[in-house]
Design a protein around this ligand. Structure first.
Ligand code: MG
Length: 381
């Protein structure tokens, strides 16, 4: 079933701390199970994707986003012969390093860390996802982190600056950061997760955008992909409108993008004919959209950026969210005794950043209120 360039658990580059194989599960299944049972994974339920967690019960959270990425990733993996368990593990872990309040939280935390420790690398959610699974989870008797296999960790580290790559490669020579220095590719499964992430958020942000009232159907017709699919949907179902029309258009958009990736990737794999997962790493990216679909995806992204992510109402809440993160960081830096006992004795800026990054939206708001006496946002918990 697997194509020759797929990752194979029996050929894994292994774990940082060698372990006896599990009796009934392959190494990638085991990684997925460790991720699902981690604390960081459960926190994703209460972390913002685009809309703050308290703004409504039906918006995507980091958790439901991650599940959608896994669903899309697995269905493509099965069709092109990639390892589904690895795709699932990477998808479920890919956002573990996100701060509360989404990208606003990350930007604020990055500023705080650079100010408190000017020589540091600052805060970046991708590096943090790796840090969560490598160091911050405390669940096993003899090591920190989840001790995941190389292939899952490689997929989690999607981006990395040269400087961070050099630091990581010094502590793990030839490890997961090496490819950013060598400019090689990750596994096909990791390539797939990047694309599944993009397909998932482009579709669900339209849905959430309309649900929130910040986007309207007529406006969405500016997006060629949306407009074209709406026409064909209405040709098939002239009587539908409103939400049912929206959902059908989104459903077809997802299907078309998924079928496009499957067809494009299949032919790229036939052309390049990699004989092993290692050979894949030396080739160009093979899991991809066709050029026309890539173009349409770029247009959709641009629309969402201009009309949703930069909507005045979204920007107003992100400004407040940044204040919460900045003030929390400053409060802990000034009074480390306020931190959880486990880190209060060694409260470096980096450890404060880890603590704040791990918070859910609502825990961050409660802590902020406790430490500053101010209540931001109207939500009460
Ligand atoms: Mg994501």
């Amino acid at each position: 079933m697997l194509q020759p360039g797929a990752s194979r658990p029996e050929a894994s580059r292994g774990r940082r701390y060698p372990e006896v194989p599990a009796p009934t599960r392959n190494e990638f299944q085991r990684d997925r199970d460790r991720i699902v049972h981690s604390t960081a994974f459960r926190r994703l339920v209460y972390k913002t994707q685009v809309f703050l967690n308290h703004e409504g019960d039906l918006f995507r959270t980091r958790m439901t986003h991650s599940l959608e990425v896994a669903q899309i990733g697995r269905s493509i993996a099965r069709s092109v012969g990639l390892h589904e368990d690895l795709v699932e593990a990477i998808s479920l872990a890919h956002d573990l390093g996100h701060t509360p309040f989404g990208h606003a939280g990350q930007d604020a935390l990055n500023e705080c860390l650079l100010q408190a420790d000017p020589g540091s690398e600052g805060f970046e959610h991708n590096l943090q996802s790796l840090r969560v699974v490598d160091e911050l989870e405390e669940r096993y008797p003899s090591y920190d982190g989840l001790n995941l296999s190389f292939e899952t960790r490689e997929g989690i580290l999607k981006h990395c600056s040269r400087r961070s790559a050099q630091r990581l490669d010094a502590s793990e020579p030839g490890g997961v950061a090496r490819r950013f220095l060598d400019r090689t590719q990750p596994s096909l499964e990791a390539q797939l997760c990047n694309l599944a992430d993009e397909i998932a958020y482009n579709a669900h942000d339209i849905d959430d955008g309309v649900r929130s009232g910040l986007l309207a159907l007529p406006q969405l017709r500016e997006v060629p992909l949306f407009e074209r699919i709406e026409q064909t949907t209405l040709a098939d179902f002239p009587q539908i409108g409103g939400r049912r029309l929206l959902f059908e258009v989104i459903r077809r958009m997802l299907s078309q993008q998924i079928y496009d990736v499957i067809a494009t990737t299949r032919s790229a794999l036939v052309q390049a004919a990699p004989r092993s997962a290692d050979e894949v790493r030396r080739l160009p990216v093979l899991v991809a959209f066709s050029d026309p679909m890539k173009q349409q995806s770029v247009e959709l992204k641009r629309f969402l950026r201009d009309n949703l992510y930069r909507h005045p109402q979204v920007l107003a809440t992100t400004d407040q969210a940044k204040d919460v993160v900045r003030e929390l960081f400053a409060a802990y830096l000034a009074a480390p005794a306020e931190l959880s006992a486990a880190i209060a004795g060694n409260a470096t800026p980096r450890r404060i950043a880890d603590y704040v990054a791990g918070m859910t939206d609502r825990f961050a708001l409660r802590e902020h209120q406790r430490l500053t006496g101010r209540t931001l946002f109207s939500a009460t918990y």
